[in-house]
Design a binder for this molecule. Structure first.
Ligand SMILES: Cc1cc2nc3c(=O)[nH]c(=O)nc-3n(C[C@H](O)[C@H](O)[C@H](O)COP(=O)(O)OP(=O)(O)OC[C@H]3O[C@@H](n4cnc5c(N)ncnc54)[C@H](O)[C@@H]3O)c2cc1C
Length: 495
């Protein structure tokens, strides 16, 4: 059979589209993510209409084949052009372009079939947390589980992040959780049959000030005491790892060769498929609109597809978790904060580690496809569920990146996007029981590091929910700690 190309940039064929549809991806956003069509140099300009019309001729309803959200910049543009802009002259962060639809704006894709009438565990949110938990519950024999996801898989932060996985943390708990997660990443393909493209090129943290250098040293000693291989380097030592680095502002660096990056999307597919194979129902385009609580106990999730009675409801809605908790009359202290990120054209592999400057929140790495993927927090970003892309971000990022690696000035930005960090007052998650509402469990507040924590946290949460021994993390990180004034600070945050 001839090979009929749909997307020349990414070498996607009609057979690839057919394989995606056969695998259950039934909307353009998901098919794009599964096949990669439209993510190359032309950003879908030459393939989108062809792919959409092929999909609508092959089983997708016309509205399912609607075009995906366009991403700036309009054409690939060199980093040095953005670096020449003065970010402060661009004003504070605005809504950006295009304003991102909420996941439920895809409600036109809502499945027609009914939900089951009841289940043991309803999980709100089909991001990495909800799906990893569903899979781990099923693995322990708890298969009467329904995941309710308002959009497509990957609609939330789990489909928008940098894929960094690191053991370099400030607290013993996070070091241990991240180490376990990396172990699970290494075995993911063996266990779930999906390649998550883990590349352990290390994380290189750079300090531009004595204050940050001292922090790196303190954290490195704790990490080493726990068996992590972090070394403190001089600027020259950092240059041995990244020869292209301009080290004039570098005071010190920390490097752990066992940290790495993964490709986030297959992680979600792997957990979703693994859970579904064991009997879990993963219901996409199904939004939870209410939570029924009777005499202090959760009774049901109310959705835009009807009522689902449940014994336990897990709030794994990431940046939307305060809104979901509010449906049960519960107030969570976390706040969403937009974080922007971009990807460049692919380059020959040259960059081993993910590099991050803790002083200004810059981070970047090279993906297995050769692209530079990176982002940077903005101290002026207000709280809110904003997910549009701004020129201010790309100007700030391009400046910071090209002053770190000047050789990248001529590299072209292909696409920028944004997601929300789910920020708690102490940068630690909210896990476990909810005071006053039995059966309502929290699994949110993972700030900018939930992806790398999910495999390990989900494993422990599933053990605990399946009747295993009491686990101290569900007491220490519970919601009650905020009312009790018992904060669990973690400050090793990028961005
Ligand atoms: C730009 C960026 C870079 C990042 N980089 C990293 C990194 O390098 N490493 C790392 O570990 N982490 C990183 N993170 C953080 C990480 O992505 C998140 O911590 C993690 O994905 C959170 O997963 P989640 O499942 O809790 O939330 P999400 O993935 O956001 O999932 C929540 C889901 O709930 C759904 N939902 C919301 N409301 C409802 C409702 N009413 N009914 C049903 N469903 C609902 C949403 O549609 C969404 O899909 C980054 C985040 C961003 C934004």
């Amino acid at each position: 059979m001839g090979k009929r190309i749909v997307c020349a940039c990414e070498d996607v064929t009609e057979a690839d589209l057919a394989a995606a549809v056969a695998r259950g991806f039934r909307d353009v956003e998901s098919v794009k993510r599964y096949t990669g069509f439209g993510t190359g140099f032309c950003q879908g300009k030459s393939c989108l209409s062809g792919a959409a019309s092929w999909l609508s001729d092959h089983g997708l309803a016309r509205e399912q084949a609607a075009p995906f959200t366009p991403r700036p910049p309009l054409t690939p543009s060199e980093l040095r052009a953005f670096a020449g802009l003065d970010p402060d002259s661009l004003g504070p962060p605005g809504p950006g372009i295009p304003p991102e639809p909420e996941p439920w704006d895809f409600a036109r894709l809502r499945p027609e079939g009914a939900l089951p009438e009841r289940c043991g565990v309803a999980i709100v949110g089909g991001g990495i947390m909800g799906l990893a938990l569903a899979y781990n519950l099923a693995k322990r024999g708890l298969t009467d589980v329904v995941v309710l996801e308002a959009g497509y898989l990957c609609a939330g932060a789990s489909g928008r992040n940098g894929g960094g996985v690191r053991m370099q943390w400030d607290t013993e708990t996070n070091i241990r959780l991240a180490r376990r997660s990396i172990e699970l990443c290494r075995g993911f393909a063996r266990e779930l049959g999906v390649n998550v493209w883990l590349r352990q090129g290390g994380y290189l943290f750079l300090a531009h000030s004595d204050r940050v250098a001292r922090r790196l040293e303190r954290s490195a000693s704790l990490q080493r005491a726990l068996g992590v291989n972090t070394q403190i380097l001089t600027p020259g030592g950092a240059r041995e790892i990244v020869p292209e680095l301009d080290d004039r502002r570098v005071v010190a660096a920390a490097f752990n060769p066992d940290d790495g990056v993964i490709f986030p999307w297959p992680f979600l597919w792997g957990y979703a498929e693994g859970a579904s194979r064991r009997g879990v129902r993963v219901e996409t385009f199904t939004r939870v609109t209410g939570i029924e609580v009777e005499r202090g106990r959760v009774r049901a999730a109310l959705t835009d597809r009807g009522r689902l009675a449940c014994d336990v409801l897990v709030n794994a809605a990431g940046a939307w978790s305060p809104a979901v908790a509010a449906l049960a009359g519960v107030r969570l202290p976390n706040e969403p904060h937009r974080h922007e990120i971009l990807v460049t054209e692919p380059l020959k592999p040259f960059l081993g580690p993910l590099v991050s400057v803790l002083d200004d929140g810059l981070y970047f790495s090279q993906s297995m496809r050769g692209e530079i993927v990176g982002g940077m927090g903005d101290p002026r970003e207000p709280a809110g569920l904003e997910q549009g892309s701004t020129l201010r971000f790309v100007a700030r990022f391009a400046r910071a990146l090209t002053s770190c690696l000047p050789v990248l000035g001529g590299v072209q930005v292909l696409r920028q996007w944004a997601g929300c960090y789910d920020v708690t007052p102490d940068n630690s998650p909210i896990l476990g029981e909810t005071p006053g509402v039995s059966g309502l469990l929290q699994m949110s507040g993972f700030v900018g590091h939930g992806f790398m924590m999910a495999p390990a946290v989900a494993e422990r949460m599933a053990d605990w929910m399946a009747g295993g021994a009491r686990d101290e993390i569900f007491d220490r990180f519970n919601l009650a700690r905020f009312a009790e004034g018992r904060l669990e600070r973690e400050d090793f945050i990028i961005g």
